[in-house]
Design a protein around this ligand. Structure first.
Ligand code: XMP
Length: 505
């Protein structure tokens, strides 16, 4: 195992993702728990991440010098390199010029640079630099502005790079990380979802024994994969409650049911469409809608939970980024208790089962495939909890939802046919509350305007509108106005986030 020690840099999770992509298991720990974790987990190598601080600042994140004496290979990246130099009595100074962006790297021979050419491009982002090497170290690479762009002490198995091998802009970054984990740490490439599935199923069997497990299934990727894994492990000791709020996309509720109905678990689908529609009657304010939908969800779960009363285990689809973000430790448990909303208050349970909590999102998808879940469940794009409730602008009705469902289906189908679903991260239709005049054959129409929304994004915090080719937009528009009644005009949303949000409400 490789331990990634987090110093607060922006690429920290990316480093862990890269190591996992090399089929090597790794975990992320905050810097102030590093020494303890290293002693406890006995990793075969440690990576120090970058971070926003300067090592000579007061309160800069530090590390005990003892970690360098444990004989475990360490790779320091950016701040991690400066920290290594600082703690081992080298010298770090603020450079006159900030080195940022693509830079040419000249290397000397080192095991960390095996299969890397003498000159290559790397990604730099730093102000401070190592001015004087610590004792026992040698320089193994330089750039125009950094004499010491990489250093090593092979006796102590300490290596450090001033640049970021984890980002795509570093041409041979993956090779360098691979050299570290395979050649220096001696790791084997045996972390695969096939192996994970086997181990996880055995672990769950052992933990659960004859106990009963309850899972609130939303139909999203994480809870679907959790359900599939648990049902393989404990079969009919698992009960899944799936609340269909009637605000799902076309056929989605049936798809979820079809995927799990015959899997051996107790599958309870609660058809709560009417309940939700009644609750939403007359509400037009987006925030009020969200609140009403959220509250009703909890009520429905509570009603079902009361029937079950008590279980031994409550299962959740918590994934690794949730845990890293909330700071590993007690905070993670508190947050995950809150995830299910409602259930823990009415159902007694002894313990949680969170079989995905060490996996990243793409690993969850891969595991889903490994477990035989259908592609449409595994590849699902993010879908907001309130569902189509926030994509029907204004008051919600069953009729409007059906119109939106049909139009949204056509849009998604055409984008998928064109292969654009690989590059566009979220795409959907919105039924605006606007009616305009149109003409159909010889008749005047007065019907709804549909908006199409498609964005490219990595984090959903910012997003750019997708440049869908005109021919495809044309095809989508033609199909929708011809095939879906009550839509006579279609517009394409060409605003980025910010200033717009991805959803319309
Ligand atoms: P916005 O509209 O804020 O959306 O740009 C960013 C991402 O979050 C999703 N979203 C939600 N997800 N409950 C959710 O679970 C919500 O209330 C909610 N609102 C927005 C949205 O689909 C996009 O992926």
């Amino acid at each position: 195992m490789i331990l990634v020690v987090d110093f607060g840099g922006q690429y920290n999770q990316l480093i862990a993702r890269r190591i996992r992509d090399l089929n090597v298991y790794c975990e992320v720990v905050p810097y102030n728990k590093a020494l303890l974790s290293i002693k406890e987990k006995k990793p075969s190598g440690v990576i120090f991440t970058g971070g926003p601080n300067s090592v000579y600042e007061e309160n800069a994140p530090m590390i005990e010098s003892e970690v360098f004496e444990l004989g475990i290979p360490i790779l320091g990246l950016c701040y991690g390199m400066q920290l290594m130099a600082h703690v081992l009595n080298g010298k770090v100074i603020a450079a006159e010029e900030r080195e940022f962006g693509k830079t040419e790297l000249n290397i000397k021979e080192s095991i960390i640079f095996k299969n890397v050419p003498d000159k290559s491009t790397v990604w730099m982002s730093h102000v401070d630099r190592v001015e004087k090497l610590p004792e026992g170290f040698e320089t193994i690479a330089s750039t125009k502005n950094s004499e010491i762009a990489a250093m090593q002490n092979t006796d102590k198995k300490l290596y450090a790079l001033q640049f970021h091998p984890e980002v795509n802009n570093t041409e041979y970054g993956i090779e360098m990380l691979a050299n570290f984990v395979y050649k220096i740490c001696g790791q084997k490439a045996d972390w695969t979802m096939e192996n994970y599935a086997k181990t996880a199923i055995n672990d769950i069997k052992e933990k659960v024994g004859d106990g009963k497990v309850l899972l609130a299934l939303s139909g999203g990727v994480d809870s679907s994969v959790t359900a599939a894994l648990l049902s393989k492990a404990v079969g009919d000791k698992l009960t899944c409650i799936f609340v269909d709020h009637g605000l799902m996309r076309k056929d989605e509720g049936d798809e979820v049911e079809a995927a799990f109905k015959d899997s051996g678990m107790h599958f309870i689908r609660v058809n709560a469409e009417e309940r939700f529609l009644n609750k939403l009657k007359g509400i037009i304010d987006p925030e009020e809608k969200r609140k009403a939908i959220g509250e009703e969800f909890i009520r429905v779960f509570e009603d079902e939970g009361r029937k079950i009363k008590s279980v031994d285990f409550l299962a959740q689809g918590t994934i690794y980024p949730d845990i890293i973000e909330s700071g590993i430790g007690d905070a993670a448990v508190i947050k995950s208790h809150h995830n299910v909303g409602g259930l823990p208050d009415v159902v007694d349970f002894k313990d949680l089962v969170e079989p995905l909590k060490m996996l990243f999102k793409d690993e969850v998808r891969e595991l889903g495939r490994e477990l035989g879940l259908a592609d449409y469940l595994v590849n699902r794009q993010p879908f907001p909890g309130p569902g189509l409730g926030i994509r029907v602008i204004g008051e919600i009705s069953k009729e409007k939802l059906d119109v939106l469902r049909d139009a949204d289906y056509i849009f998604r189908e055409e984008l998928e046919k064109a292969g654009l679903d690989k590059s566009i991260n979220q795409y959907f239709a919105v039924l605006t509350n606007n009616r305009t005049v149109g003409v159909m054959g010889d008749f005047r129409t007065y019907d709804y305007t549909l908006a199409l929304r498609a964005v490219e994004t990595t984090d959903f915090m910012t997003a750019d509108w997708a440049r869908i080719p005109y021919e495809i937009l044309d095809k989508v528009s033609n199909r929708i106005v011809n095939e879906v009644e009550h839509i006579n005009r279609i517009v394409y949303d060409i605003t980025s986030k910010p200033p717009a949000t991805i959803e319309w409400e």
